[in-house]
Design a protein around this ligand. Structure first.
Ligand SMILES: Cc1cc2nc3c(=O)[nH]c(=O)nc-3n(C[C@H](O)[C@H](O)[C@H](O)COP(=O)(O)O)c2cc1C
Length: 557
């Protein structure tokens, strides 16, 4: 029988040395109950990295703030045949970035002020930077732009010649642009040390999902160009070019991904357009993020081991047919996307109805052409074990949720033999939800998520269990990052779904890895816990003052 984790389109066999290095990184970045992964002894506030990258000297295009004028509802975000603008222009690109990576609010407390964004980030440190590359379009010269989130502006790093602009227009489907993401690992490493490389990947997954949802808000679609390889991503975004010279290497950006964004339907497996030639000038100088830096060799090693090669394009995977999901609420999409928040505490009381719980989990299933899962050219690798604490109509206990039926044959025998694997009465037939063991798991959930109360005080919390060892051995070390991206997308769906259900969610990166595996009876590295999430009724902190996201731009509209 063919190995389902082997990637038949990979044009070279996985490098066992790189696989060994990334699996060693995974082990050393685990939290254990009595010893956390290596991290700074104390926070070095004098060197806290600037969460905003800017390129001084790059011509800036101030973008209009238009998301509030969109008529798309949250329900429309899941439309497989949306009708948006026929081509990118300055207004559509402005909305795309406003709702993907833009600010969602400012918070103030005791003289401190900090921004929140549409995409969440571990510790609100925001390692992910966003870029656009597009042919000449109304209001925008053809070129490569960095998105400056604080100013809602595009900084033009590279202006295309007319020939370059025409070549890109020919290479892309009509009206489309490329959106690129990069990651500054140092921003997370400053606080979290060795485990930070994982968080950068989670945050990249959240950012990818945020781009996909913002595209859907415009009536567009988005596809990850996963076959590009990191060298092409770096070349497209100018990460290896002028503008970073003289910076501490830790203030530089690591390539993450390129996505094709534009009017639906988008083609699968678009050949990656060649990056702009070597001799054109790249404008602006990247800012220094910290006066001083602390190097985490573990992160540099994981980044080197997981460097993504260019591969043959992969067509969209075949998914088994599913019934349409329940329509979401008619709330404006822009309102809901900007309302997404993490909860600081949950109330220990609010319960969800089973129907709402099932709807949330239904959104975690891939459907062709439906956001956000049509981003990825692979079948689900990440599933979940769920602690149900307060869901009306569902027994409390430990559950397993499989996002793809093919996972069952591998997951079930890998878990403890004593589990019930009972289908809950009333659970829709297409949801792969199984009760493993009934009971009160609040204490266990809290302990396993690094003793965080939110894991026990919500309606449910969960851990995402990924086919990790086999994936990186079968497909290559660079898939390590993809597994964490997928977990980030999963978290992002749950964040938005929690808001629609009238509750709140929080991604949880701090959890005890191996004790979670032991709870399920998992051994070896075939199945690994890669991210947690909690959801329930929030306790608001009345001491915080909230301000609008772009009030500081004084009426730019
Ligand atoms: C990958 C990831 C891991 C996180 N881990 C935790 C955690 O362990 N505990 C927690 O309370 N919040 C956690 N958060 C929530 C962040 O602190 C939060 O996203 C950030 O402060 C920004 O706030 P916002 O989500 O409201 O925009 C995590 C978020 C992400 C994206």
């Amino acid at each position: 029988m063919p190995d389902p984790l082997h990637d038949p389109t990979a044009d070279r066999p996985p490098d066992p040395e790189a696989v060994g290095r990334v699996l060693a990184y995974h082990e050393l970045s685990k939290h254990h109950r009595h010893s956390y992964a290596p991290a700074p002894d104390a926070l070095d506030w004098a060197n806290q990295p600037d969460p905003f990258r800017t390129f001084a000297g790059a011509p800036a295009v101030e973008l209009p703030l238009l998301a509030d004028a969109l008529r798309t509802s949250y329900a429309d975000l899941y439309d497989p045949a949306p009708a948006g603008p026929k081509r990118a222009d300055v207004n559509s690109v402005a909305v795309l970035f406003e709702l993907a990576l833009g600010l969602s609010a400012w918070k103030e407390y005791a003289g401190a002020r900090w921004a929140l964004r549409c995409n969440p980030s571990s510790g609100n440190l925001h390692p992910t930077e966003g870029y656009a590359a597009l042919p000449a379009a109304p209001g925008l010269d053809g070129g490569v732009y960095h998105y400056a989130a604080r100013d809602h502006a595009l900084e033009r790093r590279r202006k295309f010649t007319p020939a370059e602009s025409a070549a890109l227009a020919d290479a892309l489907p009509p009206g489309c642009l490329l959106v690129g993401l990069s990651s500054v690992h140092w921003r997370e490493a400053w606080k979290y040390g060795a485990r930070a490389f994982r968080y950068c990947q989670h945050d990249a997954g959240h950012a990818l999902a945020a781009v996909r949802y913002a595209a859907a808000a415009l009536g567009w679609s988005a596809r990850l160009l996963d076959h590009a390889g990191d060298a092409a991503v770096a070349a497209w975004l100018g990460l290896d070019r002028d503008g970073f010279a003289g910076l501490d290497p830790l203030d530089r950006e690591h390539p993450v991904a390129l996505a094709l964004v534009g009017p639906a339907p988008l083609p699968d497996a678009l050949p990656v357009p060649p990056a702009p030639g070597g001799d054109g000038p790249w404008l602006g100088r990247a800012n220094r993020l910290s006066p001083d830096h602390a190097r985490w060799d573990e992160i540099d090693d994981a980044a080197a081991a997981t460097w993504g090669p260019a591969t043959a394009p992969r067509p969209a995977p075949q998914s088994p047919p599913l019934p349409p999901p329940k329509a979401g609420p008619p709330v404006p999409a822009a309102t809901l996307i900007r309302r997404r928040r993490s909860c600081l505490a949950l109330d220990g009381r609010t319960a969800l109805d089973a129907d709402d719980f099932y709807s949330m989990f239904d959104r975690l299933l891939p459907r062709p052409g439906v956001a956000p899962w049509d981003l990825f050219p692979w079948r689900p690798l990440v599933h979940a074990f769920v602690f149900v604490h307060r869901v009306r109509g569902l027994e409390t206990g430990l559950y397993l949720f499989e996002r793809a039926p093919e996972a069952h044959a591998a997951l079930r025998p890998a878990c403890s033999p004593g589990f019930a694997w009972r289908r809950p009465a009333g659970c829709p037939a297409h949801l792969g939800l199984y009760l493993l063991a009934g009971g009160d798991y609040r204490q266990a959930a809290r302990t396993l998520s690094c003793h965080q109360e939110i894991a026990a005080d919500g309606a449910f919390s969960l851990g995402m269990i990924a086919a990790l060892g086999g994936t990186v051995r079968g497909r290559g070390a660079w898939w390590y990052r993809r597994v964490f991206w997928e977990a980030g997308v999963l978290g992002h769906v749950l964040y938005l779904e929690a808001e629609t259900a009238g509750v709140r969610g929080t991604g949880i990166g701090c959890y005890f890895d191996d004790p979670c595996h032991r709870l399920l009876g998992l051994s070896g590295d075939a199945w690994q816990d890669v991210y947690h999430f909690a959801s329930g009724g929030p306790v608001e902190d009345g001491r915080l003052r909230t301000m609008g996201p772009y009030a500081h731009l004084h009426g730019r509209g």
